[in-house]
Ligand binder design. Structure first.
Ligand code: NAD
Ligand code: TYD
Length: 351
């Protein structure tokens, strides 16, 4: 029996990780800790609610008293830490939210684990989930981020994630805390909040709203299907080497404009529109401040050492994703109208 705390499990990636662990490891007790910010939605994991090895905890990772109290109560053996503020555009307008949640919140969790484990680290693990954005921006086609690429974060989001990564490594170095980290490229898939590129554009195409392409649409991202990321997290949690970092990526680079045109073509077919109709919605808008030009992951280490590689081709994953959004209009409406937030405010009033 292992007790594992997963933070941010009501969010996009966290919900896929929680689902995988609850279903695959019935002998583990999975505790999903989430504050249910705008990005957290328990509707993402209704299928595992009520499973005997699953417990939801509503709480804030920046609240040291609360976090200490749950470590005291449950004595977790492992932590998989995903809770974060995750959207670059929001970090530009509200940087302090990112500093509190991503930096302070990670330090609070590290402190709680250190206190609870009290130097007895046998069979304990703190797994920190991070992003490729900490490495900054690439400018040459033949360059890739490896685990040894120096950190060079450019946005308040990536600076806060870089800072949290440094704290995790510092606790390993200073206190011998057993840690492992991963830095992943852009994820896409079911249940992604429609502020990120792919779900926002799917939603806008459905509603015939403009598709706001930042700058010239020349920025490059490396896209990975979210379930493949969850599989990688499982592999790293169970077989990753202590103190190590693993880069995770899809070997799947697209300029934004090419990806958007592909998405428009898929949507035209699925919605029965004339070819080219959705692409007419493309609208070039002012570029994001400090917009990183290119991210690209060298994922050879995780393949060589742990045997993980992506399982889905991009066209397959994108089709599954589009179908999911078209079939789950109630989820999308709930999220875009904000109705899900009102529901949680009432359900957790005073807690
Ligand atoms: P998300 O925004 O969809 O979900 C974040 C979750 O964290 C939400 O459920 C939210 O309620 C919760 N949360 C936020 N602040 C909290 C707090 N103070 N206390 C407790 N819970 C809180 O994010 P995501 O896209 O699923 O990303 C998850 C993790 O993966 C993040 O750490 C992110 O940096 C990392 N990551 C994301 C991507 C990506 O493409 N989305 C890529 C690489 C790494
Ligand atoms: P996003 O999904 O926000 O992820 P990230 O910034 O973490 O890579 O954006 C992906 C890319 O799409 C990024 O280069 C910014 C661009 N983008 C747009 O052009 N328009 C948009 O409305 C959004 C949300 C993103």
């Amino acid at each position: 029996m292992k007790k594992i705390l997963i933070t941010g499990g009501a969010g996009f990636i966290g919900s896929h990780v929680v689902r995988l662990f609850v279903n695959k490891y019935p002998n583990y007790q999975i505790f999903n800790l989430d504050k249910l910010t705008y990005a957290g939605n328990l509707a993402n994991i209704t299928d595992i609610e009520g499973k005997p090895n699953y417990t939801f905890l509503k709480g804030d990772i920046t609240d040291q008293v609360y976090i200490d109290s749950i470590f005291d109560k449950y004595h977790f053996d492992g932590v998989i830490h995903l809770a974060a503020e995750s959207h670059v555009d929001r970090s530009i307008t509200h940087p302090m939210d990112f500093i509190f949640t991503n930096v302070v919140g990670t330090a609070v969790l590290l402190n709680a684990a250190k206190k609870c484990w009290a130097g007895d680290f046998a069979n304990k693990l703190f797994y920190h989930v991070s992003t490729d954005e900490v490495y900054g921006s690439l400018h040459n086609d033949n360059e890739f981020f490896t685990e040894n690429t120096p950190y060079d974060p450019q946005s308040p989001y990536s600076a806060s994630k870089a800072s949290s990564d440094h704290f995790v490594r510092a606790y390993h170095n200073t206190y011998k805390m057993p840690v492992v980290l991963s830095n992943c490229s852009n994820n896409y898939g079911q249940n992604q909040f429609p502020e990120k590129l792919i779900p926002l554009f799917i939603n806008n195409i459905c509603n015939n709203k403009p598709l706001p392409v930042y700058g010239k649409g020349e920025n490059v991202r490396d896209w990975l299907y979210v379930v493949d990321h969850a599989r990688a997290i499982d592999v790293i949690f169970h077989t990753g080497k202590l103190g190590e970092t693993y880069n995770i990526g899809g070997h799947n680079e697209w300029t934004n404009i090419d990806l958007i045109k592909l998405l428009c073509d898929i949507m035209d077919k699925k919605l029965g529109r004339n070819a080219g109709d959705s692409a007419k919605l493309i609208t070039y808008v002012q570029d994001r401040a400090g917009h990183d030009l290119r991210y690209a992951i060298d994922a050879t280490k995780i393949k060589r050492e742990l045997g993980w590689e992506p399982s889905l081709q991009f066209d397959e994953g994108l089709n599954i994703t589009v179908d999911w959004y078209l079939q789950n209009t109630a989820w999308l409406e709930n999220v875009t109208s904000g109705a899900y937030q009102k529901y949680y405010e009432e359900q957790y009033a005073g807690k």
